[in-house]
Ligand binder design. Structure first.
Ligand code: HEM
Length: 454
């Protein structure tokens, strides 16, 4: 449609604004440009127009499900090589999305978290033992270790698999493969097939090998369960094998079930691990926040044996998680596509055109106040949140295709943080300066801390 939006000033013929892209830090560059060019700007990428929105007015418009819908952006479309038609990477039009959503959604409600609670507690205890054994002088690789935790949790509750992450220093092969897939897809998203076939030939071949191996490792897990159904204990894999779609009476196919498991590993592991790592970074610098978390924990859970019902009462710890997700939404944005001709902040969009919501910038919009760049969990106190919170804070996406794992992530992260700060004093590396790494999701690069047993 005919609209004129702010854009980088040095537009080149044919190449457009590609000098203004960053291959490995694309979300942080989108935030940087949003700060330069405003809440709605565009880049021309080799002839394709990309519109970026990051103000509450624009975000409210594109989140309207009557007019806009989810678009599978380029990086996620490329993830279909590994997660296929799993929930996260399914196209809106694929019937397998609705079937899997109907079968799986009941397992992700807040009350369903009761079933996963013990497992989350037990796996966090393993992390605590692992850090205790490392001793007070060890510099812990925080992103690697939070990944171990979330892998153990999701492996256990989704398909009853013990990856033994805390028994081995090196990550499990499946995780090595999946991490490399995410990294490759993040970099290659806007690359040209010719470039991938030449300059990045080895990486591309490795990528093909990684996706094939990841799929076959998970195929084995699904097949083993079919052979011995008694091995499951009511986990998500059991649910998928035994439940029919209420609308059609059909079961999910083998391929679809494998894709859902890969989806949980892709969507539900690095994300939660990233939030935990960012939170631990902030907490290592803020003993005042840690002290309040501890006193809340002592009040809510005097026995020290954290029960399911108590987790919801850890309100301050929850605000720590919310504030972490505000500053570093580990899924840093999402795509929306117009279902009809429409307008956003007065600018015309034709049916089929799309935008990228820059969560990193929306979450630092001036409506959050002049201190929007500061870490302050109290801003999520009732009565203090901005009146337009619903359009200023979207870490789990929006609408029908919003995150199915939201309650899961909150429960898992609140439990882990509560038990970690009870067990340890976290010591920062005085030389560490936060640098954020992007592998589709975000994580604090090379964050290392020491953990002193209290
Ligand atoms: C979708 C964020 C944890 C499973 C999404 C989306 C976002 C998101 C933003 C929508 C993406 C889009 O519109 O393109 C997060 C964050 C997490 C988290 C920030 C951690 C704090 C989890 C967990 C699971 C999970 C723990 C599973 C156990 C999914 C699935 C979808 C999804 C399956 C696709 C839903 C659908 O389209 O039907 N997530 N997620 N996520 N997430 Fe999460």
């Amino acid at each position: 449609a005919d609209r004129v939006l702010p854009h980088p000033p040095r537009r080149l013929p044919l190449l457009g604004d590609i000098l203004d892209l960053h291959v490995t830090e694309s979300s942080q560059w989108a935030m940087r440009d949003a700060q330069r060019y405003g809440t709605m700007f565009e880049r021309n990428v080799l002839g394709t127009r990309v519109t970026y929105v990051s103000g509450p007015e624009e975000v409210a418009a594109v989140n309207d499900e009557k007019v806009w819908t989810r678009l599978l952006g380029v990086p996620l479309r490329d993830l279909r090589s590994v997660a296929g038609d799993g929930l996260f990477t399914a196209h809106n039009s694929e019937p397998s999305w609705a079937a899997a959503h109907a079968i799986l959604a009941p397992a992700f409600t807040q009350s369903s978290m009761r079933r996963y609670h013990d497992s989350m507690i037990a796996k966090t205890a393993l992390l605590i033992d692992y850090w205790t054994a490392a001793g007070p002088d060890a510099w812990l690789n925080i992103p690697a270790d939070t990944n171990k935790l979330t892998l153990e949790v999701i492996g256990n509750v989704a398909f009853g698999h013990d990856f033994r992450s805390f028994e081995n220093a090196a990550p499990h092969e499946l995780i090595v493969r999946i991490s490399r897939v995410l990294k490759y897809v993040n970099r290659a998203a806007y690359s040209h097939p010719f470039v991938e076939a030449t300059v990045f030939r080895r990486a591309r071949n490795q990528h093909r090998d990684d996706t094939a191996v990841a799929r076959s490792l998970v195929d084995d897990i699904v097949r083993a369960r079919r052979v011995d159904p008694s091995a499951g204990r009511g986990d998500l894999l059991d649910l998928m094998l035994s439940t029919a779609d209420p609308a059609t009476g059909e079961r999910l196919s083998h391929d679809n079930i494998r894709n859902q498991i890969l989806t949980f590993l892709v969507a539900g592991q690095e994300t939660s691990a990233g939030v935990l790592a960012f939170a631990l970074h902030f907490l290592s610098l803020r003993p005042d926040v840690v002290a309040r978390m501890r006193s809340e924990f002592a009040e809510v859970c005097p026995t020290g044996d954290l029960q399911f019902d108590e987790v919801g009462r850890l309100r301050y710890i929850r605000r720590v998680v919310d504030e972490t997700l505000r500053l570093w939404p580990v899924a840093p944005g999402y795509f929306r596509k117009a279902r009809e001709d429409t307008r956003v902040a007065g600018h015309p969009f034709e049916k089929g055109e799309w935008v990228f919501v820059v969560l990193l910038q929306l979450h630092r919009h001036t409506d959050w106040g002049a201190d929007a760049d500061e870490f302050d969990p109290d801003r999520f106190e009732r009565g203090r949140v901005p009146g337009n919170l619903a359009h200023l804070y979207k870490p789990f996406g929006t609408g029908l295709r919003a995150c199915i794992g939201r309650q899961f992530a909150y429960h898992e992260i609140v439990v882990a943080l509560a038990l970690i700060v009870r067990a340890f004093d976290l010591v920062p590396d005085p030389r560490y300066i936060l640098k954020v790494e992007e592998t589709i999701t975000l994580k604090p690069q090379n964050l290392r801390l020491r953990a002193l047993t209290r």
